[in-house]
Design a protein around this ligand. Structure first.
Ligand SMILES: Nc1ncnc2c1ncn2[C@@H]1O[C@H](COP(=O)(O)OP(=O)(O)OP(=O)(O)O)[C@@H](O)[C@H]1O
Ligand SMILES: [Mg+2]
Length: 232
C-alpha cells in the first residue's frame, strides 16, 4: 500500500557488547519516514545516529522491536534476504566517501551495477549519466586521490544512486567538507532526491541543512524522548 511509510520503526532497541561492557544506544524507538520525504536526523555525538542508519540500511540488526521497509517486516530476515533488499532498495553515502582508490570515478559509480551483473558497457554508460548529474563529466577518468573532497562526495552520491534505490541513507555526507562544498553536495542530494522521487534520511550536525529538509527527527539518549522537532 502506497500510503504506508517507507521506513517504520516501532519499539526498536539496539546496544553493543554484554555485561560490563554493555552500551545501550537505542531503546523503544519509534520512527516513521514517509514516502518521498527528506528527513534530517540530528542529535549529539554518540547518541546513535549512525547506529540507526545501520539498522535501517540492514547493515545491522535491531535487538528488539519491529523494523519495516516499504511495508515489509525486515528485522528478522536472514543475511541473503537482507542483502537482496539492500541492493535493490537502498543507497548509502557515508561521511568518508568509501570510494575504491584503484578505480576511477566512472568505475566506482559503475561498481554496484557490475555487482548486479550489468554488462560492463552498459554499466559505464549509466555511470557517465550519473556523473553528469553530479556535474563531474570532466572527472570520469580521475582516481579518488585526484579528486577534491567535494568531488569525491559527489562521486559517492552518484554511486549511491547507481542502482536506482528508493531509499537514500546519508550519514553526515558533508561532515568533512568546507562550507561551499558542503552546500554543493547537500543541494545536489536534495535536487536528486526530488528528481528521482526518493525517500531520504540525512544525518547532519549542520542545523541550516536540517532546516531545509522536510522534517527533523532529534535522536535522544535512552530514557529521553526522541521526536520530530520544529525548531533546533
Ligand atoms: N560496534 C560497536 N561496538 C561497541 N560500541 C559501539 C559500536 N558502534 C557504536 N558503538 C557505541 O554506540 C554509541 C552510538 O554510536 P553511533 O556511532 O551510532 O553514534 P552517532 O550518534 O553516530 O555519533 P557521531 O555523531 O559521533 O557520529 C556510541 O557510544 C558508540 O561508542
Ligand atoms: Mg555517526
Amino acid at each position: 500500500m502506497s500510503d504506508r511509510p517507507m521506513v517504520r520503526l516501532r519499539g526498536v532497541g539496539k546496544g553493543y557488547g554484554s555485561a560490563a561492557t554493555r552500551v545501550e544506544v537505542l531503546r523503544g524507538l519509534d520512527l516513521d519516514v514517509n514516502r518521498g520525504e527528506l528527513l534530517a536526523v540530528i542529535g549529539p555525538s554518540g547518541v546513535g545516529k549512525s547506529t540507526l542508519l545501520h539498522l535501517i540500511g540492514l547493515l545491522d540488526r535491531p535487538e528488539g522491536g519491529r523494523l519495516e521497509l516499504d511495508g515489509d517486516a525486515v528485522g528478522e530476515l536472514d543475511g541473503e534476504a537482507r542483502a537482496g533488499i539492500r541492493n535493490r532498495l537502498i543507497g548509502f553515502v557515508f561521511q568518508h566517501h568509501h570510494l575504491l582508490d584503484e578505480l576511477d570515478a566512472r568505475d566506482n559509480v559503475a561498481l554496484p551495477l557490475r555487482i548486479a551483473r550489468w554488462p560492463a558497457r552498459r554499466a559505464r554508460a549509466r555511470a557517465d549519466e550519473l556523473l553528469a548529474s553530479v556535474a563531474l563529466t570532466e572527472r570520469a577518468s580521475h582516481f579518488p586521490d585526484q579528486l577534491s573532497g567535494g568531488e569525491q562526495q559527489r562521486v559517492a552520491v552518484a554511486r549511491a544512486l547507481a542502482a536506482s534505490p528508493r531509499l537514500l541513507l546519508a550519514d553526515e555526507p558533508t561532515g568533512n567538507l568546507d562550507y561551499a562544498n558542503a552546500e554543493q553536495v547537500f543541494a545536489l542530494i536534495r535536487a536528486l532526491h526530488l528528481m528521482v522521487g526518493l525517500t531520504s534520511i540525512i544525518v547532519t550536525h549542520n542545523e541550516a541543512m536540517a532546516r531545509r529538509c522536510d522534517r527533523i527527527f532529534r535522536l535522544a539518549p535512552p530514557g529521553e524522548r526522541s521526536d520530530y522537532v520544529r525548531t533546533i
